[in-house]
Design a protein around this ligand. Structure first.
Ligand code: ZN
Length: 240
């Protein structure tokens, strides 16, 4: 195989190790981010439940004021009953008293319903707070674990980066630049094998004349479709 290609493929092997390390770090971080987001959701739930209770309590206080007023009205009408002369006036007053009592009863039922709902919401908050506490502790542990894992992975990355620097030094500046640019724009793959006339980067068939030249094994070309640096390695083709 062409010497430049040999060095390039060695470089790409190191680069793939570094890529894997990077994605491992990212995965660790993302798992942690998801848990943090879940915890934030839990906190938001507690806030929203608390606000709901506040709204209900306000409503309950209003109802209680209305009930008190209504009861005063009922009492006033009851004492008026003594002074009423005609049967018609008495009937009208009795109706007002009845309506007032019904109104009080209705509002009292609403208050009871609110109290029950508040009780349920309070229990929900309590449950969420307990979960939040446990989850916060877990997240702290998890964060520490991830921090250590990332530190260990980063150490491996440093070793690989040193290797990469040495390997990159074996390549001509221009070719290295080309390879780096390709890798950046072509999904981390700058140099590719050609198997049965097909570029293993973009999986397009290359012109037969180019393939024939590649088969000689001492040259490399750019893929006409994806521009990646192509080479031919017979061993891999034989395996396929
Ligand atoms: Zn290609």
């Amino acid at each position: 195989m062409n010497e430049e290609i040999v060095q390039l493929t060695l470089l790409q092997a190191i680069d793939h190790i570094i890529d894997n390390i990077d994605s491992n770090i990212q995965e660790e971080q993302e798992a942690l981010d998801i848990k943090s987001a879940e915890l934030a959701d839990r906190e938001a739930t507690i806030v929203s439940l608390t606000e709901k209770i506040e709204t209900l309590e306000k409503e309950r206080r209003m109802l209680e004021v209305e009930i008190a007023d209504e009861m005063v009205n009922v009492k006033e009408r009851q004492s008026k009953m003594m002074q009423v002369q005609t049967g018609r006036e008495q009937t009208a007053l009795l109706k007002e008293i009845e309506d007032g009592k019904n109104g009080v009863k209705e509002k009292e039922n609403k208050v009871v319903a609110i109290l029950e709902e508040v009780e349920q919401l309070t229990a929900d908050i309590e449950e969420n707070k307990n979960l939040f506490k446990g989850e916060t502790e877990l997240l702290l542990e998890e964060t520490e674990k991830v921090r250590k894992a990332i530190a260990a992975i980063s150490k491996k990355k440093k070793t690989q980066e040193k290797k990469r620097k040495i390997q990159a030094g074996k390549l001509k500046g221009q070719l290295l630049k080309k390879y780096d640019t390709l890798r950046a724009h072509r999904n981390g793959l700058g140099v590719v094998n050609v198997v049965s006339g097909v570029c293993q980067g973009c999986f397009m068939t290359i012109p037969p004349q180019q393939y024939n030249l590649l088969l000689r094994g001492d040259e490399h070309f750019d893929c006409p479709t994806c521009q990646r640096i192509m080479y031919h390695e017979a061993v891999e083709e034989a395996e396929k």
